[in-house]
Design a protein around this ligand. Structure first.
Ligand SMILES: *Cc1c(COP(=O)(O)O)cnc(C)c1O
Length: 374
């Protein structure tokens, strides 16, 4: 079935007990045992499994074309479960411009635990090859990346990983399963911050790991989910599942809007660079055109001048909201270097946009007045 159909139906069925068309939220933390001690419905305790969480896992597994999925209370918890399923002494290759929180997780939390990480430019195959070590067990790819919208060739990274005897995991948060299928391109695992496009309404945190095979490594991820306990609440799962129903239509509209905004910014005299993989002169455009259906709702641009000029533009917007995060129905603008803090490699004159579902003319008018203002 096609993604629009899966988004509405996968993991859901009419409730057999009541006929309810909308899936119920199973808030119960515990489930009755039969007289013989068995669990007739296969649920025992909500941290281990819960019907609402299972519905979300089934749905996202179907959307990514995987064999199994595990849901978490945040995107960070989902990624952490993958890292914790490795062993102390293992080596990970991750992108320089990895989602900042995950880069810090690797270097501040997991390095002391014994996980080694090399940060490399993952859009450059030669650099990845050079970073491979005998103990490399995972190559983590994030494409498009944050905030420069760099593109990595997933099939190529996966091939390098497999030659090295390592797994390839892809943070697919920016692209979503609507635009990109990392598992079909050779990745072993896909991770999403469902906080972003998948839930889509800026009202629930969550994460998911989807695996191509329900193999021993995924079983470790599942064990980490249950034993470390960063599981999402049934209500959060329900909200996320509700958001998924419109995911394909939201993401396509956001991609169309972002393309128009990118074209406007590229033609503006006060914009010195526009980073959007849909623009033909973007260095990753060709690979993006091959591995993505459209180019997504995220873009960034650099304002003539420095941090002060960029901040001044962000200060003048009226329709965009100055806030972090992305993937919601409303458009957001963010000065990344200042939120990333010391050590950030992000250019100080860069502003990142999460383009929402407003009319593109209104978004462009807002950016136009903000760029042209005093
Ligand atoms: C937001 C985000 C994360 C982290 O997700 P949380 O739900 O905030 O923990 C990871 N990767 C990317 C690309 C993100 O945008």
């Amino acid at each position: 079935m096609r993604i629009e159909t899966l988004a509405v139906h996968a993991g859901r069925e009419v409730d057999p007990a009541t006929g309810a068309v909308t899936p119920p939220i199973h808030l119960s933390t515990t489930f009755e045992r039969a007289a013989d001690g068995s669990y007739p419905h296969a649920y025992s305790y909500t941290r281990s499994n819960n019907p609402t969480r299972e519905a979300l896992e089934k749905c996202l597994c179907a959307l990514e074309g995987g064999a199994a999925a595990a849901a978490f209370s945040s995107g960070t918890a989902a990624a952490a479960a993958v890292f914790h399923s490795l062993a102390p002494g293992d080596h990970v290759i991750a992108p320089h411009d990895m989602y900042r929180g995950l880069a810090r997780l690797l270097s501040e939390q997991l390095a002391p635990w014994g996980l080694q990480t090399t940060f490399a430019e993952l859009s450059d195959a030669a650099q990845i090859e050079r970073a491979v070590q005998p103990n490399t067990k995972l190559i983590w790819v994030e494409t498009p990346s944050n905030p420069l919208l760099k593109i990595s060739d997933i099939a190529r990274v996966a091939a390098i990983a497999h030659r090295a005897g390592a797994l390839c995991a892809c943070d697919d948060t920016f692209a979503t399963p609507v635009l990109q299928h990392p598992l079909a391109l050779g990745a072993d695992l896909v991770m999403h911050a469902t906080t972003k496009y998948i839930s889509g309404h800026t009202d629930v945190l969550g994460g998911i790991v989807v695996a191509r095979e329900n193999d021993a490594f995924f079983q470790r991820v599942r064990k980490t989910q249950i034993m470390e306990g960063a599981t999402p609440s049934p209500f959060d799962c329900w909200l996320t599942l509700r958001g998924v129903t419109t995911l394909p239509y939201r993401v396509r509209a956001q991609s169309e809007n972002a393309m128009q905004v990118a074209r406007f910014l590229r033609g503006h005299a006060r914009v010195v660079a526009t980073h959007y993989p849909g623009l033909e002169d973007h260095p990753g455009h060709e690979i993006a055109a091959e591995q993505m259906e459209m180019f997504g709702g995220m873009l960034s641009f650099q304002v003539e001048g420095g941090q002060a000029e960029a901040m001044a533009v962000a200060a003048r917007v009226r329709l965009f909201t100055r806030a972090t995060s992305l993937g919601g129905v409303e458009s957001l603008i963010e000065h990344r270097a200042s939120i990333e803090g010391p050590g950030s490699r992000t250019p100080p004159n860069l502003l990142r946009l999460s383009v929402g579902l407003e009319h593109p003319d209104d978004l462009i008018a807002d950016l136009s007045q903000a760029l042209d203002g005093a």
